[in-house]
Design a protein around this ligand. Structure first.
Ligand SMILES: [Cu+2]
Length: 470
């Protein structure tokens, strides 16, 4: 099968391109819902040798505790969001203990059998750090050394109005940058193999003082829409679409954009209702980011869980830049869900972006059938689809085998969801579709305009499928 060959090519590409796959890595890569507490101790709990640390307001309370050898410390997550309790200095895991994803209400315990100082941290929240100091002698009493981090979560040093640091970077890329003649395998630009079965890459972030910091680079790449169809693209982080920015409701984000294009650009946060200075409209809310320059966007995600997007919005050449591929998904998950988790209540979560630019033709996630993603599901799975139309035409997307509910439009919930098998998507609109994959089969999901799904004789273009197996 084509698909198999393509996956093989991806693997080869991934080896050579791994180093380019992202700017920053978060400290953990917790994946999948329902990660249970990983209690690493089998030692009996000695009466009187027990201490508790509460996780509240994104802090360990108390921040530092003194205990004696043999004490079992229990961390209880009383917060509204997931955290981790991960041992290690300087926010680098040392493997001594790690709770994994600790959901609200859950606890994690570890028994300290050796004297020493044990720093630990939450891998999700950069200002959540704590210490357990274990002494060999003394009574069983454990004492807290006070909560020095009180109020830290409010102290982000954030400037919500017009963060504008074009001058802070002068990498001389930009105009001298040209598209490499090397063509990456199908479906990969400069950023290697996509992680998702939907062929979407996830943009890593680094947590700095409670702010999720992302990096996007707008750059020219060669892109293959289908085997042998090499086109020049202008892409975020080397892929079309750009990588998925996935955050939780209420997150504070900082997105640093490097412009390595030969012309000015901006990034607009479509549907997120950010403050004016962060809106990314060239010539209106900011000047275009010059080639070789950087711009930083900072805002709080004040939008409900749902599907949004980002795309270039420069003063000049907007149409050209969108045609060239400068767009990507921005997905908001419910508060406390955690990075990379599948949306609560769902077994499968996919993002699909339809586009009709003259540069790529009719594509889903930058690819034309049969190169488009085949998305697996098990019979009985609840499937969530983030559907985005970043084209210039309506595309009535039709699902075989199931009816779906349109639970959100433009990110916001629909009170009485419609049950449909075809949704007429409009340019600039986003939708969240929910369905139960209740029968096995290879079920097409495609645009129902014949011109958009055939090259004249063969199936081509805006067609993808769900592969539902028992
Ligand atoms: Cu169409």
């Amino acid at each position: 099968m084509n698909k198999r060959l393509r996956r093989a090519l991806f693997s080869i590409a991934a080896v050579s391109l791994l180093g380019l796959a992202g700017c920053q890595s978060p400290n953990t890569d917790t994946n999948g819902a329902g990660n249970k507490t990983n209690n690493m101790t089998s030692s009996p709990v000695v009466q009187g040798h027990h201490a508790t640390v509460n996780l509240q307001d994104s802090q360990f309370q108390p921040v530092s505790i003194h205990v004696t050898v043999g004490t079992t410390v229990t961390w209880k997550n009383d917060d509204s969001m997931a955290h981790t309790v991960t041992s290690g200095a300087d926010r680098t895991a040392d493997g001594k203990f790690d709770s994994g994803e600790l959901d609200p209400g859950k606890s994690f315990s570890y028994t300290f059998t050796k004297a020493g100082t044990y720093p630990y941290f939450c891998a999700y929240h950069g200002d959540m750090n704590g210490t357990v100091i274990v002494t060999a002698t003394g009574s069983s009493a454990s004492s807290a050394s006070g909560n020095s981090a009180s109020g830290n979560s409010m102290n982000m040093g954030m400037n919500m109005s017009g963060s504008n640091d074009t001058s802070d970077t002068n990498s001389a890329a930009g105009s001298s940058e040209t598209t490499s003649d090397k063509v990456a395998p199908l479906g990969t630009g400069t950023s290697g193999e996509p992680e998702g079965k939907d062929d979407i890459r996830l943009l890593p972030y680094k947590l700095v003082n409670g702010v999720k910091v992302f990096h996007l680079t707008a750059e020219p790449v060669w892109w293959q829409v289908k085997p042998g169809e090499k086109v020049e693209a202008w892409a975020y982080n080397g892929s079309v679409p750009g990588p998925e920015i996935k955050v939780d409701e209420g997150d504070k984000v900082k997105i640093i954009v490097d412009n390595k294009l030969p012309e000015g650009t901006t990034v607009h946060w479509h549907g997120l209702d950010v403050p004016f200075a962060q809106d990314g409209t060239g010539g209106i809310s900011q000047p275009d980011i010059k080639p070789g320059h950087t711009w930083t966007y900072t805002f709080t995600v004040n939008a409900p869980a749902g599907t949004y997007m980002y795309h270039s919005h420069p003063m000049t050449d907007m149409l050209k830049q969108e045609n060239m591929g400068l767009w990507g998904p921005f997905i908001v998950e419910p508060k406390g869900t955690g990075w990379r988790q599948v949306h609560p209540g769902y077994q499968d979560e996919y993002t699909l972006i339809v586009n009709d630019s003259p540069q790529f033709g009719y594509t889903i996630n930058g690819l034309s059938y049969p190169a488009t993603p085949v998305m697996p599901a098990k019979v009985g799975d609840k499937v969530l689809v983030h559907l985005i139309n970043i084209g210039s035409m309506d595309h009535p997307m039709h699902l075989h085998g199931f009816h779906f509910q349109v639970i959100n439009q433009d990110g916001y919930p629909i009170k009485d969801p419609l049950t449909l098998d075809t949704i007429d998507t409009s340019p600039g609109s986003t939708y969240d579709l929910s369905f139960v994959a209740n029968q096995p089969g290879k079920w097409l999901f495609h645009c129902h305009i014949a011109d958009h799904t055939t090259d004249g004789s063969q199936m081509s273009g805006m067609i993808t499928m769900f592969d539902v197996t028992k």
